[in-house]
Ligand binder design. Structure first.
Ligand code: KG4
Ligand code: ZN
Length: 332
């Protein structure tokens, strides 16, 4: 079964082909138009998706060595995300499926991130725990089997990636700020400046990152933006450490509660070297296996959407052609 997956929920225009559960192509076009604005501008994102979608889909087909007529289904993200951006990929996908006379499958972007860890070997075994950390989401999910998952905790305010991006903006590091902070933090001393950690109450697996972000803001107000490279690196290291500590402690608490042996991380922030190292050490200390997908499967990508589309079609599931984009779609 050959499935085309389309992802346009934010600022990545992506399309991919999954054939019998294996990725044959995964084309990702990142939009750089937002950089000078310090964040994603929704209207510009929609326009860029419209400009790029036809060529990105064609490239995904070409790279996989297949034609439109070889497709058995078309899958596209229908939420959560920016509604105007979602509509571009969703309508393109529905129209293509209709024109080809094949089933259409609407995919929840978060299910994409959740199952993206199954895209390559080695993959975790069910049941596993997944930490999804991206620009829009921070979530701990217990995955018992295909489409049997339970959200254990999520952010009450800023997502982890959002906190990275906002702190980077305060420091004038540009957008997206996560990779820049990660690189600087690797040169700094995480103990030089201690920012607060918000654990909420001990029984909660929810997250809150707005306090850490505000603490950085107050620090900059009182001490100014560091002028030297070493001081900037220390500040980034201190901030990153506070976010990583919370993510790791909550993940390990969730492991204790669910008794899983496998842990997976997904979403753009899972590329963070500090998080990978700290979670890797914590998991190794408890004899757990940690799965970190390749970067192209961590960030927003069409392969994870095609894969979930393939999983759904394998169970005979399809979506109606009047499916609409849902900006605030929850992970059910
Ligand atoms: O999953 P993703 O590509 O898109 C969303 O669904 O949001 O994640 C993008 C987020 C951005 O906030 C970006 O700053 C963050 O992931 N990010 C990182 C790193 N690479 C990307 N954050 C920390 N360290 C990184 N190395
Ligand atoms: Zn995402």
């Amino acid at each position: 079964m050959t499935v085309l997956g389309i992802e346009t929920s934010c600022d990545e225009t992506s399309a991919a082909i999954v054939r019998d559960g294996r990725v044959s192509s995964n084309v990702i076009s990142s939009q750089y138009v937002h950089r000078k604005y310090g964040g994603v501008v929704p209207e510009l994102a929609s326009r860029a998706h419209q400009r790029l979608i036809t060529q990105v889909v064609q490239e995904a087909l070409d790279t996989a060595g297949c034609q439109k007529r070889d497709l058995d289904a078309v899958a596209a993200t229908f939420g959560p995300g920016l509604v105007g951006a979602l509509l571009v990929g969703l309508n393109f996908g529905k129209a293509l499926a209709y024109g080809l006379g094949v089933p259409f499958v609407g995919v929840n972007h978060m299910e994409g991130h959740l199952y993206s860890v199954l895209l390559h070997d080695p993959a975790p075994a069910f049941p596993f725990l997944s930490l999804i950390v991206s620009g829009g989401h921070t979530m701990l999910v217990h995955v018992e089997g295909p489409f049997r998952h339970q959200v254990l905790g999520q952010t009450r305010d800023d997502a982890a990636g959002e906190a990275f991006d906002k702190v980077a903006r305060m420091l004038g590091l540009g957008y997206p700020g996560g990779p820049r902070i990660d690189a600087l933090a690797s040169q700094g001393n995480p103990l030089a400046i201690r920012f607060p950690r918000s654990f909420l109450d001990p029984q909660s697996l929810d997250f809150s990152f707005s306090g850490i972000k505000t603490a950085v803001l107050y620090h900059l107000r009182d001490h100014g933006v560091p002028s030297g490279d070493a001081a900037l690196a220390d500040l980034c290291a201190g901030f990153q450490q506070s976010v990583v500590d919370v993510l790791v402690q909550k993940t390990m608490r969730a492991v204790e509660w669910t008794c899983v042996h496998d842990v997976a991380i997904a979403g753009g922030v899972s590329a963070n070297a500090g998080l990978r190292a700290a979670l890797g050490a914590a998991c190794a200390g408890k004899g757990l296996r940690l799965f970190t997908p390749r970067l192209e499967f961590c960030m927003d990508n069409g392969a994870m959407i095609a894969y979930v589309g393939w999983m759904k079609r394998s169970s005979g599931i399809q979506s109606p052609l009047d499916l609409t984009a849902v900006a605030g779609l929850e992970l059910a």
